[in-house]
Design a protein around this ligand. Sequence first.
Ligand code: C5P
Length: 222
Amino acid sequence: EKKISVAIDGPAAAGKSTVAKIVAGTLNYIYVDTGAMYRALTYKSLSEGVDIGNEIALVHLLNDTVIELKPNDYGQLVFLDNQNVTEEIRNNEVTASVSEVSKHKSIREEMVRRQQLLAKHGGIVMDGRDIGTHVLPAAEVKVFLIASVEERALRRHQENIQKGFSSNLGKLKEEISLRDKLDSEREVAPLRKAHDAIEIDTTSLSVQQVAEKIMSWIEERT
Ligand code: C5P
């Protein structure tokens, strides 16, 4: 059977990675979380004190950085220069700075180059903001996931509480809205639905229902 490429895009905390992992697991495909790559670079620039407004300094840093995504039973581990940073890249400082890092043109060019290499043999489910529009414009299946900001903040809030982290619903809502604004208003490859993507509003759907919708869409096209 032909191995295709599946692009999953959408705003922050819309459930992209949860659903992408299920779809990749069902198809026995590779899952690539592109947000984790931007987060890893952001984490490194913050720890090394590199100015995230300085595009040239950031590109030098990125060219000297190895980011690896390794699947495990629960999803994916993220390694930055051989160090496991899976947890660290989700912290508030990284989340607050990642859109600033990802807006730079030459950073995006290098990230897209790396992402296209990972996808060159197909059999991939990739999630992000510009996968259907820029990274894999020829992907056979493109999905754009949306949900109300209230619902997205609430899901993140419940996830935090479950993990035993402190969480503030109002702050989450603000953080999510701001990140969406920055990601959709940037000049280079802003967050957009590809013209040939199917849009799924997940506000009142379960993870399983969303995954099933995507799976049946994939079955129609393969
Ligand atoms: O998906 P996640 O929320 O982890 O992504 C973190 C950030 O990385 C996004 O808010 C966005 O600024 C950036 N990103 C991007 N392009 C992608 C994936 C993520 O610009 N393909």
